[in-house]
Design a protein around this ligand. Structure first.
Ligand code: MF3
Ligand code: CO
Ligand code: CO
Length: 314
């Protein structure tokens, strides 16, 4: 393996990270290159026969007590729902190409969720207006689908969550749109590897901090940043429970993993600063320096001897 010098964000007059040979300030450092809010379509409808989570009408998800260690019955349902989420993600992603809008991808994910007898969990969750999160280039997470067409060279994260049989399954991945520059491809690869290292660190009897430690070591060795402000979460009958999974090392993540726990691992890795700004829409989180970021996510189950990924397609 080639060992690379750790990267730092480029300075204005240095060559752009994308390999164009142009100064960073005239290339991706130009704020006109940044993602901007587009126009959203009206909220989509969910047919009456689909079972809805409690927040679907009100838009308010109030947290209630939920066991961290799930019953065998809940685990069985989470296996089925997790597989459904993974299938929606894979099939939606198969439509990615330059020219398709993020709103069209939202419509596809929405319809596929319903065809799988599932409610698209993001829809009206704390008021989120769409069924899918689409996060492009410097968008860290929670991008709202709109009329922006994907462009050759973009990277796009699709984050799918579905609710079926009373439980949620949450999974995302970052995809390449057309011909993508080598540095962005490396970011996407290292981010996938970081998630995999985090999953490999899951082991009953060990603290949750092992997960973030593994992720941070891998991402920082590649010269990248680890986002602190968005973390993995307990999941089950609720989309987000109180269980927190940081993607960086902190001794506060001292909860011991137990067989039957279910949570997500979803590192967001950045080329430069790991700090975020929030758009006025209250959702879209972007890197402060406008440099690119990627994310991968699985919902997992802690087993007697390690881990089971619940969000694999099949
Ligand atoms: N799926 C995201 C996660 O991984 C949460 C999206 S919340 C939404 O936790 F409201 F934006 F959909
Ligand atoms: Co999640
Ligand atoms: Co997610």
């Amino acid at each position: 393996m080639t060992v690379r010098a750790p990267m730092r964000p480029p300075k204005a007059n240095e060559p752009c990270w994308c390999g164009s040979g142009t100064k960073f300030k005239r290339c991706h450092g130009d704020s006109s290159m940044r993602i901007r809010p587009g126009t959203q379509s009206p909220m989509r409808e969910v047919p009456a026969h689909i079972e809805r989570p409690p927040y679907a009408e009100s838009g308010r998800a109030t947290r209630r007590p939920e066991p961290r260690v799930k019953s065998p019955d809940v685990i069985e349902r989470m296996r089925r729902t997790g597989r459904a989420a993974a299938n929606v993600l894979a099939e939606t992603a198969s439509h990615i190409r330059p020219g398709i809008t993020t709103d069209e991808l939202d419509a596809i994910a929405h319809d596929l969720s319903i065809a799988a007898d599932a409610y698209p969990s993001p829809l009206n969750y704390q008021g989120f207006p769409k069924s899918l999160c689409t996060s492009l280039n410097e968008v860290i997470c929670h991008g709202i689908p709109d009329d922006r067409p994907l462009r050759d060279g973009d990277i796009v994260n699709l984050d799918v969550t579905v609710f079926r049989e009373g439980v949620h399954g949450d999974t995302d991945a970052t995809f390449l749109v057309g011909d993508v520059d080598p540095e962005s491809r490396r970011l996407v690869r290292v981010t996938r590897e970081s998630m995999e290292k985090g999953i490999e660190a899951v082991r009953p009897g060990r603290p949750i901090s092992d997960i973030g430690q593994a992720i941070q070591e891998h991402a920082e060795a590649a010269g990248y940043g680890v986002v602190r402000d968005f973390i993995g979460h307990g999941i089950g009958e609720q989309f987000h429970t109180d269980l927190q999974i940081p993607h960086y090392y902190t001794p506060h993540a001292s909860t011991i993993m137990e067989p039957g726990m279910t949570f997500t691992i979803e590192p967001m890795i950045t080329m430069g600063s790991y700090r975020f700004n929030l758009w006025p829409d209250g959702w879209t989180a972007v890197t402060t320096d406008g440099l690119r970021t990627a994310q991968f996510e699985h919902t997992i189950l802690v087993t007697d001897d390690g881990v089971e990924i619940l969000t694999l397609p099949g």
